[in-house]
Design a protein around this ligand. Structure first.
Ligand code: AGP
Length: 631
């Protein structure tokens, strides 16, 4: 998830774009760059690291005349293709230096496009998918000009829009693209498919951005672009078409938030915003993972298929929420791959002298990629010659760098300390790895894998539907804010969900909370149940695993009989559970192994709202840090 800004108008474009990038820095901050058009040249500067590095470089260049310009584009990056380096930072220029492009998203067919361009002697200077778009746009602009289009200067912006339309018709995946052409100095063109883009309508000036926070100090009139639309901004106006060139319209709106609310997309907390982003984060993590032959494609896999066939045992090692994702993964991997899979807390792993060798696959899961406990466990495993595959959200961080293979989750930056979208994208990554292992080891056929993938692909829409109906959960949270303890129970993949629900509540609401395997209640924890004790019960789907679901229902009856107030999370259509629920939270139907993608989400909202009702700092709970770099 990157931040994108574009400006055209009569004011100093460089400063306006830099200010916009500062407001968007929360979206991505592993590198930043700008391109400014002035005096018939495109000036660019880009730097790895935070925006401050770019600003410093611009100050150092002030002497050599980096211009303020009147047309500029800028980008803060959250790396997907290619590590976070100066070279891979955006903008990317065409080989002739006449076109500059910035991009948010993933171009799925970039490998094919790159090979095609290289065959025409185009030399690539970065590892990004974005660079393809710059070379393609330059080629289209040349072709249009050679064909005689745009002979008059007034046609220049139209030419640029047509060039962009031709390019995007060739792209697959998700993208917001912004481009400038040195020969069209007063225009910025943009295109949108499955990635955000809004236009800010000014007076004699116009803006483009990933979200309104980038331009809210200049205008409150905005237009949200629809899917598959191209927009051309000039000082005189805004023109929208679809990808074929047919006139189109966006959704006009007035922004009534202030600047700080805008950064959070109008949400009160980053956590709520990140919860809402989960459907998109799942969709982005699935993007580009299926080859044209229906096989799962992983990134940066420095392991051969034979290495993966030789694996006789899997260890999953992680901390906190990432550990809970690993617990879910165990069920999926053992079921699909039929090899033993152990899940370990990273902080415990190396102290118990685990038995590892060349045929052990260790999967480490870390949102930040910097968690010291996980890193030390990884190093221990490597010393024992185990092969390590990382699931990580932060491109270029230490854990993926030291691993033999990496599957990046494309969740975008997670700002709130409490992990939400990282968790669901880690689950998706675990499912993909399980399916990949099953496929190359020949225990699942391609059509069986495709059937699970298509269920996964349906989850973003199901989750959107679920998120649309959370009012009752919010009301329940307000009601529970004075509870002294809340217990969570579940079985099978519902057990890690129960643990995750309890962890969220502890870290945000500072309340006593415990998660239990529902079957363990009778071995001790049931003594905790008192009159009115809230117990959240995660009920498995009755479809396919009826026995499991019936067992959880019996556990619900056990706690009710002892006075518990039951909050039941069950699949739609499971009407029989109503009789046992003081509060029922209905989630969309999902296959059992994938159900945590749904059942965890109401628990995130519950914890967030209880914490807010208790007056706590939701995004930065006490005593915690987003990235724990000490053992
Ligand atoms: C959960 O909400 C936490 N922020 C925490 O448990 C976190 O998942 C854990 O510290 C691991 O972090 P990592 O994924 O960055 O390695």
């Amino acid at each position: 998830m990157c931040g994108i800004v574009g400006y055209v108008g009569g004011r100093p474009a460089l400063q306006i774009v830099l200010d916009g990038l500062r407001r968007l820095e929360y979206r991505g901050y592993d590198s930043a760059g700008i391109a400014v058009i002035d005096n018939s040249v495109i000036l660019t500067e880009k730097k790895a690291g935070k925006l401050a590095n770019l600003e410093k470089a611009l100050v150092e260049r002030a002497g050599d005349g980096i211009s303020v310009g009147s047309t500029a584009i800028g980008h803060t990056r959250w790396a997907t293709h290619g590590g976070p380096t100066d070279r891979n930072a955006h903008p990317h220029l065409s080989a002739d230096g006449r076109v500059a492009v910035i991009h948010n998203g993933i171009i799925e067919n970039f490998a094919r496009l790159r090979a095609e361009l290289e065959a025409t002697s185009v030399e690539f200077v970065s590892d990004t998918d974005t660079e393809c778009a710059a070379h393609l746009l330059a080629a289209e602009m040349r072709a249009l000009r050679e064909a005689g289009a745009g002979a008059g200067a007034e046609d220049g912006p139209q030419l640029l829009a047509e060039g962009m339309r031709r390019v995007v018709r060739r792209l697959e995946g998700a993208f917001t693209l912004l481009a400038v052409d040195v020969e069209v100095p007063d225009a910025v063109v943009a295109a949108r498919r499955n990635s955000p883009l809004v236009v800010g309508r000014g007076d004699g000036e116009n803006f483009l951005a990933s979200d309104v926070s980038a331009f809210i100090e200049h205008t409150r009139e905005a237009v949200e672009l629809g899917q598959d639309q191209v927009v051309l901004i000039t000082p005189a106006g805004i023109e929208i078409t679809d990808f074929t060139g047919a006139p189109a319209t966006g959704k006009e709106f007035h922004i009534d938030w202030d600047a700080s609310a805008a950064e959070k997309g109008g949400y009160d907390y980053f956590m709520l915003k990140e919860i809402a982003e989960q459907p998109q984060a799942i969709a982005d993590t699935l993007l580009g993972r299926l080859s044209e032959r229906g096989e799962i494609v992983l990134d940066e896999v420095r392991l051969t298929d034979q290495d993966l066939r030789d694996v006789d045992k899997v260890f999953i090692v992680a901390c906190g929420t990432s550990y809970h994702a690993g617990m879910v993964a165990k069920y999926a991997i053992e079921h699909w791959v039929r090899i033993p899979c152990e899940v370990e807390l990273a902080s415990e792993f190396r102290y118990r002298d685990p038995i590892l060798d060349r045929s052990t696959l260790m999967i480490v899961i870390s949102q930040s990629g910097e968690t010291m406990d996980t890193l030390m466990a990884l190093r221990h495993a490597k010393e024992q010659k185990a092969r390590v595959l990382a699931i990580c959200n932060t491109n270029g961080s230490t854990i993926p760098r030291e691993s033999d293979a990496v599957l990046y989750t494309h969740g975008g930056p997670e700002i709130a300390v409490a992990s939400t979208k990282a968790f669901v994208t880690q689950l998706v990554a675990c499912y993909l790895i399980g399916l990949h292992l099953a496929q190359i080891r020949g225990v699942m056929y391609a059509d069986e894998v495709a059937a699970v993938v298509s269920k996964l692909q349906a989850t973003p829409d199901a989750l959107r539907e679920l998120l649309g109906g959370m009012e009752d959960v919010r009301a329940l949270a307000r009601d529970l804010r004075t509870a002294s303890t809340i217990l969570f129970i579940g079985r099978h993949v519902g057990f890690p969900v129960a643990l995750e629900g309890a962890l969220k509540l502890k870290e945000l609401a500072y309340m006593h909370a415990e998660g239990f395997a529902a079957g363990e209640l009778k071995h001790g924890p049931i003594a905790l149940i008192d009159e009115g004790t809230p117990v959240v019960c995660v009920v498995p789907s009755p479809a396919g695993r009826g026995v499991l679901r019936d067992k959880v229902v019996s556990n619900i009856q056990e706690v009710r009989a002892r006075g518990a107030r039951t909050i039941v999370i069950a699949e739609e259509g499971d009407d029989a559970v109503r009789a046992y629920a003081d509060h029922l939270i209905v989630v969309p139907r999902t296959p059992t192994l994938l159900a945590p993608l749904m059942t965890t989400v109401p628990l995130q909202i519950l914890a967030c709202e209880i914490a807010a009702a208790r007056g706590h700092d939701v995004d930065q709970p006490r005593n915690l840090a987003k990235s724990v770099t000490v053992e």
